[in-house]
Design a protein around this ligand. Structure first.
Ligand code: FMN
Length: 306
């Protein structure tokens, strides 16, 4: 069976994954933290925590609140900053088989371009995922993700600054996701990832206060899966780039739904907080399905429900 996926067919180095199962940014640290639970080298790719030019301490606590079938987070892009990442993490990744993709976020187009340029040619970095829609920080790029022109400008700047494959990660907090996707595709993105979290809040009635220190957070988990799935379906109908589907994937069945909607690969996030083996369960479940159904190549399933 062939499970391999090429996420960046147009760049010279490409971004070849041995299978379509990836980690969602912010839920798998830098890959090392999960090494005791998961044979990380079996994964298709690892996407690391959102990275900014300078280190960030993140938002005030509490930063997590459970909701029915979902999780609200307002981490606020806490991260070690790009210099420490290059020095301490990329050097480790360079000896790994599994490709590592660095998720980047900035406050200005210049920030994104500087991050892309700094990561270009760094051993251990196989691609960039451009976050233009973190819902819980002012500097999370949300204003870029909600405007087609701004989204295109960030994409073009990152592409110009780096020869790495570029996946642009879209926010669902928009009226028309197709318009944004088309604009980003036209600006030169190599692949798209959708979706990031949906903006939301919860209130602790005994305290009579919002549950999150930041008031607003990003909703993830099974609650958002139908929304994410339809966005993937819609975008796959109009944009010819590889799509990475993300949002509430808890099982192989969920992952297969995204693939059949048109995603070439999937990212698993919140599921790992419930089941640390979720990534491998998804991978093995896809393999079982292919064996059972006599599917020889995963590409036969991409968009099969369209
Ligand atoms: C705790 C947490 C931290 C996250 N941090 C980031 C981040 O730094 N950058 C990013 O692009 N997305 C981030 N996300 C969004 C996830 O990558 C993913 O898009 C979202 O959670 C939906 O997938 P899921 O339902 O499988 O978790 C974060 C999500 C969670 C739950």
């Amino acid at each position: 069976m062939n499970l391999s996926v090429q996420l960046s067919p147009r760049t010279p180095r490409g971004l070849l994954l041995k299978n379509p199962v990836m980690t969602a940014s912010g839920t798998f640290g830098y890959g090392t933290e999960y090494a005791d639970f998961v044979d990380i080298q079996r994964l298709g790719a690892i996407v690391c925590k959102g990275t900014t030019l300078e280190p960030r301490e993140g938002n005030p606590q509490p930063r997590l609140a459970e909701t029915p079938s979902g999780l609200l987070n307002s981490i606020g892009l806490q991260n070690i900053g790009v210099e420490v990442l290059v020095r301490e993490k990329a050097t480790l990744w360079a000896s790994w088989q599994v490709p590592v993709i660095v998720n980047i976020a900035g406050e200005s187009i210049d920030d994104y371009a500087k991050l892309a340029a700094r990561l270009d040619g760094v051993a251990g970095v196989s691609g960039l995922e451009v976050n233009i829609g973190c819902p819980n920080v002012k500097s999370g790029g949300m204003e870029f993700g909600t405007d087609p022109k701004a989204a295109a400008s960030v994409t073009a700047a990152v592409k110009k600054a780096s020869s790495l494959p570029v996946i642009v990660k879209l926010t669902p907090n928009v009226t028309g996701i197709v318009e944004i996707a088309e604009s980003v595709a036209e600006a030169g993105a190599d692949a798209l990832c959708l979706i990031n979290t949906l903006r939301g809040m919860a209130i602790d009635v005994s305290l009579r206060k919002p549950s999150l220190g930041n008031i607003c957070g990003g909703l993830s988990g099974p609650a958002i899966k139908p929304v994410a799935l339809y966005m993937v379906y819609e975008v796959a109908g109009s944009v010819k780039l590889p799509i990475v589907g993300c949002g509430g994937i808890m099982s192989a069945q969920d992952a297969l739904e995204f693939i059949m909607a048109g995603a070439s690969a999937v990212e698993v996030g919140t599921a790992q907080f419930v089941n640390p083996r979720a990534l491998l369960d998804v991978l093995e479940g896809i393999e079982d399905f292919m064996r059972r159904e006599g599917v020889r190549d995963i590409s036969e399933l991409v968009g099969a429900a369209r």
